[in-house]
Design a protein around this ligand. Sequence first.
Ligand SMILES: [Zn+2]
Length: 470
Amino acid sequence: MTIALSRLDLMLSTFEVVKVLWVMAFGACLGSLVNVLVYRIPLGLGVVTPPSRCPSCETRLTWRENIPIFGWIFLGGRCRFCRSPVSAEYPIVEAVVALLFGATYVMLYAEGGRFLGLDLRPLMLEWGAGGFSQTWPLFVSVVVLWTCLTASLLIDARTFHIPIVLTWIPALVALVAHVGLAFHLSATQGGLTKAAPGWDWAIPTPGPHGWGWVGASIGGMLGLGVSNILLARGGITRSFADYDQWLKTHEAKEINPDPAGIETPPQHNVGSSQLPASAEPASAATSSAGGPEMWIQYPHARREMLRELIFLAPCIGLMLLGAALAIRWAGPWTHSPFSGDFPAHTVPLWLNIMCGVFMGYLIGGGVVWLWRILGSLAVGKEALGLGDVHLMAGVGACIGWIDSVLGFFAAAFVGVIWAVIGRVASGKLQRHLPFGPYLAVGTVLVWFLKQPLELLLTLVLRSPERIHLP
Ligand SMILES: [Zn+2]
């Protein structure tokens, strides 16, 4: 009997491992896509065509060589034709994305909270309790986020520029996944079945009585639309619009002893034309003199922050107006001494969830933008790029505003630790580093360590009850 049981256990756990390996194989393929994006976006090349080639001799890769991780091992890290070495970064990126996918799956759906004999319950997130079949769209939006964060990290580290499309893709996928699942649950189950007590949704949402938040988030999104239309029509001016002009006159003054000896980095202005009110640090950096060292010398950062505040004015105004209108519309409000005020109408599930995604986008991006504006006003130099604002807006849409804000602060810790390591390793302090990589790492850490983080907060704040972040 015991033997039969253990054999059944073994079969079940093998089945579990096979499922996770499938998820990881899928992750490795998307890791392969990350390699393509990282190589091609900064060069302005298409993603689907041309097919993958050896960068040195342009020999096309066969299907076998295109297999993630194993293709590289199969080739022994060299091109089949010209024998030039192929960077180990490719299989490493594929392996990292594969691990992220597998770990995300296990963190949400491990049977009985165990995987490979490890008790994962102190780490697992509650919203996976409904199982993969129930919550797979939300899983997809999380792993799409990991894919885009990995690509943003690598591109930002090299070019000081985050392609805006990599922040929009996760935001759009999150909107479709969350709202789609909400509609599906309303249609099939008549609403939300709670997987765990106190659980509402995978991300913080306004809640059934949160009309103020509903109005504010819709107003905020409309405000962003208004500002972007004004920007496109020339009603308001893009910030840092005169940077190129300033760079030219400034460079003319500089004596350049050996212009031919300076290696020109590839052009990386993809997406910069779509940025609202922005010029990215590196989007203007088409020569080495226009890199971050020059960018930091631009003298009008304070003045440009005013432009960005004007850009944000419709967003803030419509947020307040939206909140006031929604609260009024939902009335009359009844006061109950037990459950507080509640409105005549409750927020429908799909609207609640949609506004949760909007709140994530607005607050996630807003906190970084606020930091950028205050920081730039304080030091008179541009603090944080608008690419970072977009990145954390996308993060907020996928995993909620709380995780996005925590990820932003975690990024500062990651940055400090990385600077200390760099100092020890190289003996000197690198001054101008892009912040995007820290944001990406900080976000992933916060998502995977949510439960330990809640425990830490409970201890630090000496809360009598365990703090639970939605
Ligand atoms: Zn070759």
